[in-house]
Design a protein around this ligand. Structure first.
Ligand SMILES: [Zn+2]
Length: 404
């Protein structure tokens, strides 16, 4: 009773300290968002114009209830993102948690801002949420008895991380958040019998962790040796082997059409390896033109994107499976010998399958049947100009032009 009286008195005499924090929906700029900010709300500016607002633990609670399990939370953190081509900042993510999960929730909020930056920089497009929601909510709650999954799940634009206190290592938290963030933000193949219907969660883990590892901003908050080691170990076990499987089998592999875990892994390997070979913008263009479909649809969409890119020229990391239409191409990269395999028939001037260039400059070859061809640096060529990539461009076919 005495305590209640004290709280009531405090709220009368110290109204500014006792009021809950009400964050703005948007602000004119990063500076405007921080100007006049209360001293009891922590304000972190993160790389790529992301801002995290975090009320201190003693700020009065912000009560909330999640829409699926109706679990109550009292603490919040907010992530703001810059509006494309403008200075304005807009609230994109609200993280809800209880005091015990504060550390995991704050680290996850910073990680989410980083995933949104990587998504924007790699795909060249802003993160969009399921059902076109403007704002996503992330809930740190105990595991509900009727939960469909153990570690977390995603329902519409609500991401759940269950029992965060059980998560012991930073990589386990990254894996859990990146998995759910994949469900929320990536359109991936569906219809698998195992490990789950939608491949977006496992694709999210692997693609986002690959990007985190490649991210040069090593000074990012929470980055430390254990964090980097965890990412690298995950990459060795869950990313590289999947890319290798695709490199060995390509689009002709029967595994691709299955619905078990190995089929999902094979599909994810294709996306990851194409991300390396063609770049994330090409992969993003393919991924975001299809929804709710199978693995084959990704390859069809990718083939269309690659063939469009080849008209103006595309740099391809080697080795790579490349979908190519019939026609004439030129290869250029200063010099080297490119080995082409997999096509039903082709014509190159010097030796079947080998494209030396520059000789004449650049090396030209003709694909006579459309399909996937594997391009790699020719083995046994002593000084192959240290080739790691090749610049390919489809060229106007004078013979076809003449007959039209
Ligand atoms: Zn999942």
């Amino acid at each position: 009773m005495a305590l209640r009286l004290l709280v009531a008195l405090l709220s009368v005499f110290l109204p500014s300290c006792a009021s809950a924090f009400e964050p703005p929906v948007s602000a004119a700029s990063v500076a405007a968002l921080s100007a006049g900010m209360r001293s009891d709300v922590r304000h972190e500016t993160l790389p790529g114009d992301y801002v995290l607002l975090l009320p201190e633990p003693f700020v009065p609670p912000t009560p909330a209830k999640d829409p699926v399990y109706k679990i109550r939370t009292s603490r919040v953190a907010y992530i703001y993102e810059r509006v494309p081509m403008k200075e304005a900042m807009v609230r994109r993510v609200v993280v809800h948690f209880e005091s015990d999960d504060r550390d995991s929730a704050v680290r996850s909020a910073r990680l989410i801002a980083r995933l949104m930056r990587l998504h924007r920089d790699h795909f060249g497009r802003e993160t969009t949420f399921r059902r076109s929601a403007d704002v996503a909510h992330v809930w740190f709650v105990p595991t509900p008895p009727n939960a469909a999954h153990a570690g977390g799940e995603t329902r519409d634009a609500n991401v759940y991380v269950f029992a965060a206190s059980r998560i012991m290592t930073s990589i386990e938290l990254v894996r859990t958040v990146a998995h759910e963030w994949g469900h929320l933000t990536l359109p991936a193949a569906r219809g698998y019998a195992e490990p789950e219907n939608d491949a977006a969660g496992y694709l999210g883990e692997r693609l986002y962790i690959k990007w985190l590892l490649e991210d040069r901003l090593t000074s990012y908050p929470d980055n430390n040796d254990a964090f980097a080691k965890g990412l690298s170990l995950y990459n060795d076990r869950q990313v590289t082997p999947l890319m290798q499987r695709w490199q060995e089998g390509g689009a002709a592999s029967k595994i691709l059409t299955g619905d078990a875990t190995d089929a999902m892994d094979y599909y994810i390997g294709a996306v990851l390896d194409c991300d390396r070979a063609f770049g994330s913008k090409v992969v993003g263009e393919a991924l975001f033109t299809i929804t709710n479909t199978g693995a084959g649809d990704f390859l069809t969409a990718l083939s269309a994107t690659v063939s469009r890119q080849l008209e103006t020229g595309l740099s391809v990391g080697l080795p790579a499976w490349i979908p190519m239409k019939a026609g004439k191409y030129e290869a250029n990269n200063g010099g080297g010998v490119l080995l082409l395999k997999g096509m039903k028939s082709f014509r190159v001037p010097i030796e079947a399958g080998r494209v030396p260039f520059p000789r004449p400059s650049p090396g030209r070859f003709r694909i006579t049947a459309p399909g996937w061809n594997k391009a790699s640096v020719a083995p046994g060529v002593p000084d192959n100009h240290g080739m790691h990539s090749v610049h390919l461009k489809s060229v106007r076919d004078k013979e076809t032009e003449a007959t039209q």
